[in-house]
Design a protein around this ligand. Sequence first.
Ligand code: OGA
Ligand code: MN
Length: 282
Amino acid sequence: MGLEVRQVGPGFAAEIGGIRLSGALSDAEIEELRQVWMENKVAILHDQHLSDQDLLAFTTRMGPLFVHVCSMFHSPEYPEIMFVSNLKEEGRPLGSLGDGDLGWHTDQCYTPRPCWATLLYGIEIPEDGGNTYFADLAAAYDRMPADLRKAAEGKRVVYSVLAETVSKKSPITAEQRARTPDVTQPLIRTHPYLGRKAIYASPNHYVQMEGMPKEEGDALFRRLAEWIGRDEFVYSHRWRVGDVVFWDNTSVVHRRDAFPPAQRRFLKRTGFQLPEELAVPF
Ligand code: OGA
Ligand code: MN
């Protein structure tokens, strides 16, 4: 198909041109896009015009649709589309995450089978702030100091949805909590298709290191969290209306800047999962 690929981050994150996600895409086109995306970890497509059906149709082509546990932020028509927004309707938040900042995390690592990819589609974008940052955790793994790598290798981490809801200031119901008990994940993860390793760590969801004294574990995780946030691993995305950005949660963490409450930000969010046999992190 001849995708136009231009890397915009340090060794990862690519703008991809020459493709309209609303169009009819062949299997070969989808596979070419998937390959470019996996190699670059974050795919950025500008000037897309997607109906909700287009958005869902494209996401479905990439993998089984993900449905977010926070049902209060689902689109009323389609539970597979979630709103990320600071807008309110009769005083009630229309979407998740409000206008505040959000620390480094990888999506749904507090579930046994985290969502592989998250996709955001920009509908309304504030003038100031609200940038999304991505850190390349395969590069962060490759360049890890030897002693840090030695300490991290083979370790597992306990994550909780509650840690996240505190940081996002959006409490969940008892029923939602009951569906998302704490889980442990490996700290180093092998990519399901590419076979290479990456750090897999989500500071926003962190509870403790498994099987380590609390203070020692916290100190190790803190050092790791500082390491992955270094500028050399980070791409900052400044949003434009019509942007579609999707990322590989096995390979990057992301965070977001705050923006002025008086400015409007409205994104539609979908996600797709790995096939069942590859879904559990290892
Ligand atoms: C998310 C998320 C960041 C943003 O939807 O998972 O982290 O920029 N969003 O809104
Ligand atoms: Mn997120």
